[in-house]
Each structure stands twice: as C-alpha cells, then as structure tokens.
Design a protein around this ligand. Sequence first.
Ligand SMILES: [Zn+2]
Length: 287
Amino acid sequence: MRWRGRRQSTNVEDRRGLSLGGGAGLGCGGLVLLLIISFITGINPLELLNQVPETQTGGHTETDRTATPEQNDEMSQFVRVVLASTEDTWNEIFQDMGRRYEQPRLVLFSDSVSSACGFSSSAVGPFYCPGDNQVYLDLSFFRQLDRRFGAPGDFAQAYVIAHEIGHHVQNLLGISDQVHARQQQSGQAEANELSVRLELQADCLAGVWGNHANRTSQMLETGDVEEGLNAAAAIGDDTLQQRTGGHVVPESWTHGSSSMRVEWFRRGLQSGNPSGCDTFGTGRVSD
Ligand SMILES: [Zn+2]
C-alpha cells in the first residue's frame, strides 16, 4: 500500500503499555476461543496458550498512562493513515446520503483492555464496541495474521481495520440494532445466520473503503487486492469477534463462510457502493 506521507487520523488513542492490573488472566471466553482455534488450525491448545501474553501482576494501573508516552512508531502511523482514509471515505458517503458521519475512535492496546463491552484480553482479536463507538486493536494481532493465519501484508491489516469500521457504519445506520432486535425474537439457527449476514456486510463495507482509498488517493499497489482477499478467506470473525466480558455474537460455522467473505469483500471493492452491500436481501448467505 502507498500509505506513507498521507494524512493521519487524530482519533487514535494509544493505550499500549498500560496494564489494567490485577490477575484477570484469560477469561472463560478466551479459553473457549483457544480451543476453537486449535480445533480449526490443528495447533495444540497448550502451544496456543503459551502465546497468550501473561497478565502483568506488578500492580500497574491506568495511572501508568503518564509513564508511557504515546509512541509514534511505524505501525501506529500506518493505523492512523488507514483510519484517516476510512474517515474520508465514510464522510463522503454519509454526506451523499444527507447524513453526518460520526468518526469513531480507535484504541491501540496491549495485552488487555477495558471498554464499554467489558474486559477483553488480546486473545479475542480486534473488535468494535457499539457501547462506546470505539474500535479496539492490539497490534500483535497483525503478527498473528501473518504467521498463524498466513495472511501477510499491509492491505490485509487495513482490511481488518476497515471491517471493524464497517461495524461502526452499521451501528450508525441502525442496522446492528435492527439485527440484534430480530435475533432476540429468533431461534439459534436464525440468529446465527443474521450474525453471518452482519459480518459479511462489514466485509463488503471494508471493500467499499478499499475502492474509495484507491480511487481518491491511489493507495493500492499490485498484489494488495489479493492480500485483502486472502485475509478475508483466512480469518473468520469467529476468531476475531469473541470477547470476554462483553456480549458474544454467536457465529455460524459453515463451509461457505470463507468463500462468502471473499465474495462480499470483492463486491464492495469492485462497486465502491454501500448499497451493493445488502447481505440481508439475497437469500441464504451460506452455500
Ligand atoms: Zn466483524
């Protein structure tokens, strides 16, 4: 991606190096998630457990914020540029719809974080919390994306951010609320399917961002689209969206899920139009 020298968002909050203190460790949800990941990847769960960062127990608290000044390393600059690009994209699209885009904040954290969705360990992966309109991201996830999920590359990373921003867009448009209301009234199978549709739509909206980023600022380089599609195929939200302490969105585990994810991301990329992301009006989402 051609991202250097581009505008950086001021909506990134750097909480890396902060520990929440206390021995929270890995919650039940995290353990379940580890078992699921190990089931899918065939990796010994004990091996995975060793990779989960240990909670610091040195009595650090949020007041350590002053002791760890905000870093301006390359990775955080990259995140600021991608976030800025999503802001430009969605500002413009919302303006076209006669609405105002409320820019979300993105919180960088390490090890664990506390949000309106509860306490979360890094093991849960990046997530969007509708309760505080913030995206939470531990940059170590990008290393996992490369090494464990075989999805390297900066555009793969940008896709992950854009997907979470897609959830923010769904929240602003009231789509998430509608879906959750419908889920309350439906059985488990239907609730799962609604969940998948919501995720696929976030993938499509991530693609819409990719289209705009390329059209307005020629950000994409050769191979970037493949990187993004590869990431879409390699990671399911099942591994990204589980969170400890917050509400868990149940996922359906169909074989079609990876290919559908790729397809919807591609649709958004090609059309650049969110109205092409109606994952709720196309029949069954799984094949
Ligand atoms: Zn998602």
